[in-house]
Design a protein around this ligand. Structure first.
Ligand code: ZN
Length: 302
């Protein structure tokens, strides 16, 4: 059992001062101790070696830097640079690292990848996904170029700077006495219930967004909303903001576009969900923050 949500253990110094120095960055990227994490179609290259997946790095001095955009992720505690590169190939590149393969990050994290490595890949995946979809300046339409170690794009035509976007999502542990509200989306796998969630909108505080989403999706009015925990969710670049809220009303009015079902689960039912014995619902995966919100709630009732 993981004791924290996935992707929350980023172990590198992000090196903001280094990012500003293009010359220093270029020199550091080709050092023999530099580690490049290759991605193909946003899937990281991992090796399994019979155990949990681990990043299959390429050393900086053996990587073809000219062919691809490289993002500088930071410096590890031993002083070695860590970078990520998106390999731009039609067919899956083979033979980079013996017995390694490209694997969905979610799958790698679920298979027990080290929390620090999974967090590094999460940052890399979000940054690379942003570069892949922001090749042109949104101000003037000219092709933009990667800058600042990959944490910025610059438009050479009009000079606009573009920064990677993070999309905040509120995810809510809604309780009423010893019950909590869980729902399932219309396209979700069978028996999959989770905490209600939704994207924040411009101009909202976190409590505003939680109150709006709970009302829109389930017709439930929330009282106090307080922050519990957060999680970067790199599919492609959300930030899950886990909050708890006590509901002021109980009646559920579903928005069928958002939810196929929502219901109040008692504490005993949630215990059964986690034990795998609930007839209707199964527990959110430990990779997801909803799992930890519900675990937190069960603990708080003990
Ligand atoms: Zn421009």
């Amino acid at each position: 059992m993981h004791d924290a949500p996935a992707f929350t253990a980023f172990p590198l110094d992000r090196g903001e001062l280094l990012r500003r120095d293009a010359g220093a960055l270029a020199a550091l990227a080709v050092r023999p101790d530099a580690r490049i994490a290759p991605f193909w179609r946003l899937k990281p290259l991992v090796r399994e070696d019979g155990g949990a997946p681990a990043i299959a790095h390429l050393p900086g001095d053996r990587f073809e830097h000219a062919s691809t955009e490289v993002v500088f992720l930071g410096i590890d505690p031993a002083g070695a640079p860590v970078l990520a590169a998106a390999l731009d190939a039609e067919a899956e590149p083979a033979g980079l690292v013996p017995s390694a393969r490209f694997m969905e990050l979610r799958e790698a994290a679920a298979a027990g990848m080290d929390a620090g490595e999974a967090s590094i890949l999460a940052a890399a995946r979000s940054a690379l996904a942003w570069h892949a979809t922001h090749r042109f300046c949104s101000q003037c339409g000219a092709p933009s170029t990667l800058a600042h170690g990959g944490w910025k794009r610059l438009c050479p035509a009009c000079g606009t700077e573009h920064f990677p976007r993070v999309s905040p999502v509120v995810i809510m542990l809604i309780t009423r006495g010893d019950h909590t509200l869980l729902g399932r989306g219309p396209s979700w796998p069978e028996r999959f219930y989770s905490c209600l969630a939704g994207f924040m909108e411009p101009g909202e505080t976190i409590p505003d967004a939680a109150r709006r989403e709970a009302k829109e999706e389930a017709g439930v009015v929330l009282g106090e909303v307080s922050f519990l925990m957060s999680q970067p969710w790199p599919f492609p670049s959300s930030l899950m903001l886990g909050v708890r809220a006590e509901a002021l009303t109980e009646e559920i009015v579903l928005d069928p576009l958002e939810l196929a079902d929502a219901r109040w689960f008692s504490r005993a039912e949630v215990e059964a969900v986690f034990a795998g014995t609930h007839p209707l619902a199964r527990a959110p995966h430990p990779v997801a923050v909803a799992h930890h919100l519900l675990k937190w709630w069960l603990e708080s009732l003990r």
